[in-house]
Design a protein around this ligand. Structure first.
Ligand SMILES: Nc1ncnc2c1ncn2[C@@H]1O[C@H](COP(=O)(O)OS(=O)(=O)O)[C@@H](OP(=O)(O)O)[C@H]1O
Ligand SMILES: Nc1ncnc2c1ncn2[C@@H]1O[C@H](COP(=O)(O)OP(=O)(O)O)[C@@H](O)[C@H]1O
Length: 263
């Protein structure tokens, strides 16, 4: 009989994979066992626990025996959300991209939800007025949650200017699985960059409600990671991404971060 090395899962949820081939065998048996138990336990039953969720009446949560932990074992990583917030031009997309590349090189699957990009599809019906920004962030929060549940490292980069909305997205995830990264870059630096010419248009009164000009940005006070950048003193996006992976500052060191660091 083949000795099956265990997948060790410590308290913080960090998987230490011992032997790749044997681990796959363990996982297959484990998931198949659950599928069998699930099928036996649910065959023929029709217990409905119907709920009303928002405007959806008579809805029921369907459970599948293949769970987040199974997907995480398969992917050998921990699903989590890295939420990058900051002014337009603060470097959110650049850091997100560098981080995604870094994780890819380490064999970790990530996916970027960039505010600009998501507004090309899922959120194309939303404007920049306050209630639409709230809905924009709520939707991206929900999608991020699904990605994290799938086992992916979801990198969401949106201005997400309001504290309450960011807190709501944090609350959607288990403690430690939401890692907030604040691009602490002064307005004058962002405005100096102005890669899309939007600040210029906003200053000229051709765009109304532009964040930082005539729309608020509420800086986070409790972000896990703060990436500062000042004129003439700014690390590269790659160095910043490295800080996210290797050197988390801030008050809390989350299990999600430990997972990234061990990778
Ligand atoms: N009024 C106004 N205010 C701020 N930003 C504006 C506005 N109009 C267009 N843009 C462009 O939209 C990008 C921000 O979209 P987000 O979805 O991240 O914004 S938000 O989180 O809903 O506030 C933002 O992209 P980034 O520069 O990548 O942040 C801008 O290019
Ligand atoms: N660390 C950095 N140092 C200098 N320039 C940067 C840095 N990060 C981003 N930039 C530049 O600033 C501009 C805005 O960056 P971007 O990543 O698009 O920001 P955001 O997504 O927050 O709008 C781009 O022209 C980009 O090349």
């Amino acid at each position: 009989m083949v000795a099956i090395n265990p997948l060790i899962l410590n308290r913080e949820g960090v998987y230490q994979i011992k032997v790749a081939m044997e681990e796959k065998q363990t996982l297959k048996l484990d998931v198949q066992g659950k599928v069998d138990r699930f099928a036996n336990g649910h065959a023929g039953k029709n217990h409905s626990h119907l709920s009303t969720i928002g405007n959806s009446t008579n809805v029921k949560w369907h459970v599948c025996p293949v769970e987040k932990t199974d997907r995480q074992k398969l992917l050998q990583q921990r699903g989590c959300v890295i939420w990058i917030t900051g002014l337009s031009g603060s470097g959110k997309s650049s850091v997100a991209c560098a981080l995604s590349q870094m994780l890819y090189q380490r064999g970790k699957l990530s996916y970027i939800l960039d505010g600009d990009n998501v507004r090309h599809g899922l959120n194309r019906d939303l404007s920049f007025k306050a209630e639409d920004r709230v809905e924009n962030i709520r939707r991206v929060g929900e999608v991020s949650k699904l990605f994290a549940d799938s086992g992916f490292i979801c990198i969401a980069c949106l201005i997400s200017p309001y504290k309450r909305d960011r807190a709501a997205c944090r609350a959607m995830l288990p403690t430690g699985d939401f890692i907030e990264v604040f691009m602490d870059v002064p307005l004058r630096v962002c405005e100096g960059r102005d890669p899309k010419g939007l600040y210029k248009l906003a200053r000229a009164g051709k765009i109304n409600g532009f964040t930082g000009i005539d729309d608020p940005y509420e800086s986070p006070l409790d972000a896990e990671i703060v990436l500062q950048c000042n004129t003439g003193d700014c690390s590269t996006p790659r160095d910043m991404a490295e800080k996210v992976v290797l050197l988390p500052g801030g008050k809390r060191v989350s299990p999600g971060m430990k997972m990234l660091r061990r990778s």
